[in-house]
Design a protein around this ligand. Structure first.
Ligand SMILES: Cc1cc2nc3c(=O)[nH]c(=O)nc-3n(C[C@H](O)[C@H](O)[C@H](O)COP(=O)(O)OP(=O)(O)OC[C@H]3O[C@@H](n4cnc5c(N)ncnc54)[C@H](O)[C@@H]3O)c2cc1C
Length: 539
């Protein structure tokens, strides 16, 4: 455990809360050599689990953060889920056909996710200062003063240029800055219990969803264990709980039962959304900014992706490469995603809390079958689950430019401004033998400019391009011309697959942000548009 007895008096960024969101943000800042202080009121990491499922998009973020190997080593790859009604499998969803780096969910307990992120932070020279609770804060135009109290009653204030509240659903930071939060508690009481399942007859790399009562949802964990989420009943006799869970398991897989169960935990869930993610020099991320039904496993994933969006922006502002407007784009890009995830959670909560009668079960079964019995319905459900379609197309920060005007952009295929750049390859460097893919080019902390050229004659001088970029940014020329110049930044798309995946027919350029989203698509390539983007960053 990393524990700090004393705190520095000042820091560029104070992060309050060392859950998955706070840890991701601290790693993202540390990767960019930005000092931060990460505090948590708990003297030790929490031993119990909440989140289990890590989605494809979060895994891509973890790959960029250089922690993917640890996650893949410790987690369980989950290929999809099966839906059961009246003992019969009625529908299923598979992630395997998704075109993305990680076409699966990875199941791992939240405390292990926190462990891996903490290890990465420590590798980068950071640490978690535990046992310090934020009690209050004051801010001016130039900074924030935070008032903290240690577990043994010592009070200390810390001044920070920026403070980020990643302190969970009952955020003290959110309260201190007076940001309103709207939402509701879901009526159903749920429970979760871990154990082994004896005589499970279905795939052990797929979750199961049982529609009718007793509604339950076994999710596979590493080490032959399962986590079972179940619909609980208020004031029920605890001694009947296991019988009830076993009845549900038996309905899905006759003869199966839960062995070596841990203590069950009962919980209520909430949907919440903060009115704003930023007030002056204080920002909110993760559950402090939003909360959703855990049924689709979006809560922690959304928090991780908030921090992946915010990390580079905060680093840009602190290093003078970006203006405060960049931080406004954080809310503009991330809040609509939290709102959409929250709304979709409402629908699923309603489907999962059907009354215990055959007509209601039949109605839900019909609804799910209508959605999931076609290949396209299954694909869409898988895409919705894994978060790979989340985009920032409406962000004021991203831009499309076509010399023939805006309507010409409507015929663009491939990623649009604001979309996450898909992976594609192979790309053949002109100076080495080893082939690369687009995703590998993005493994940097800055922007990446991709100049999609048919031949070398139309590409401006390297110095001219580099003079527009910021320190840490890189650029490549990707060409289908195999007779290319022997320069390290020239990559040959010999099979044309990269051009096809990006929907490129004529020369154009893509500017990719440090979080892997397309900042700009510009056809034909125009350096004045790139310069204008960098000016916008500074607003
Ligand atoms: C049963 C259940 C299952 C779930 N399953 C999934 C899932 O499969 N996938 C998924 O994505 N999400 C899931 N979630 C949601 C997920 O657990 C949360 O969204 C996630 O934990 C939020 O992470 P966070 O870092 O934003 O906040 P938290 O994990 O809540 O961390 C906040 C941290 O802030 C600290 N803190 C609080 N107040 C202060 C203070 N005043 N001063 C200093 N420190 C403070 C706390 O000690 C804590 O460590 C589930 C939730 C539940 C309840």
């Amino acid at each position: 455990m990393s524990q700090s007895q004393t705190l520095p008096e000042a820091t560029p960024v104070l992060i309050v809360g060392a859950g998955p969101t706070g840890l991701t943000l601290a790693v993202e800042l540390a990767r960019r050599n930005i000092d931060c202080l990460l505090v948590d009121r708990n003297p030790e990491p929490l031993p119990f689990d909440r989140a289990t499922v890590i989605h494809s998009r979060s895994l891509e973020c973890f790959e960029t953060m250089d922690v993917i190997d640890a996650f893949l080593e410790r987690g369980l790859v989950m290929r999809g889920f099966n839906i059961f009604a009246n003992g019969e499998k009625v529908a299923q969803t598979s992630f395997e056909s998704l075109e993305c780096r990680h076409p699966y969910d990875l199941n791992l307990s939240e405390n292990e996710t926190e462990d891996i992120l903490t290890e990465r932070l420590e590798q980068l020279g950071g640490q978690v200062s535990r046992g310090w609770s934020l009690e209050g804060l004051e801010q001016t135009d130039s900074g924030v003063t935070a008032f903290l109290k240690s577990a043994d009653g010592i009070e200390q204030s810390v001044s920070a240029d920026w403070l980020v509240g990643t302190d969970g659903i009952r955020s003290r930071v959110r309260e201190a800055i007076g940001v309103e939060v709207s939402g509701h508690q879901y009526p159903a009481l749920w429970g979760v219990i871990d154990g082994q399942i004896l005589n499970w007859k279905h795939e052990s790399d797929r979750a199961a969803i049982q529609i009718e009562a007793p509604a339950l949802n076994p999710v596979p964990l590493p080490g032959d264990r399962w986590r079972i989420y179940f619909r609980a009943v208020e004031d029920a006799d605890p001694s009947t709980l296991l019988d009830c869970i076993n009845a549900g398991l038996d309905a899905i897989s006759p003869g199966s039962s839960l062995q070596e169960p841990d203590e069950p935990i009962l919980y209520h869930t909430f949907r919440q959304l903060s009115a704003h993610y930023r007030s002056g020099r204080v920002l909110l991320a993760g559950d402090a900014a939003h909360a959703c039904s855990p049924i689709q496993g979006h809560g922690m994933n959304t928090g991780i992706q908030d921090s992946f969006n915010l990390g580079w922006k905060l680093a840009h502002v602190l290093s003078g490469k970006g203006g405060f407007g960049l931080l406004d784009s954080y809310e503009q890009e991330r809040r609509p995603i939290a709102a959409a995830v929250g709304a979709s959670g409402d629908v699923v909560e309603e489907l999962r809390t059907i009354p215990d009668d055959p007509a209601a079960v039949a109605r839900v079964k019909r609804a799910l079958c209508a959605m999931l019995l076609t290949a396209s319905g299954q694909q869409q459900a898988a895409r919705d689950e894994t978060g790979i379609d989340f985009h920032y197309r409406n962000s004021p920060l991203v831009k499309g430019y076509h010399a023939d005007g805006e309507t010409a952009q409507q015929s663009w295929m491939g990623p649009l401004p604001g979309d996450c750049l898909p992976d594609a390859g192979p790309l053949m460097p002109s100076t080495t033998e080893e082939t690369l893919t687009l995703f590998q080019l993005m493994q940097t902390t800055g922007h990446v400019l991709l100049w999609m050229a048919a031949d070398s004659t139309a590409v401006p001088d390297r110095m001219e391009i580099e003079s527009l970029l910021q320190p840490g940014d890189v650029f490549y020329v990707i060409s289908t011309d195999t007779q290319q110049a022997a320069l390290a930044y020239w990559l040959s798309d010999t099979t044309g697959q990269v051009h096809a995946r990006l929907g490129v027919i004529d020369p154009c350029l893509f500017l990719i942000r440090p979080d892997g989203h397309v900042a700009m698509r510009c056809e034909p390539p125009e350096l004045s548009q790139v310069a204008a983007y960098y000016e916008r960053l500074k607003c």
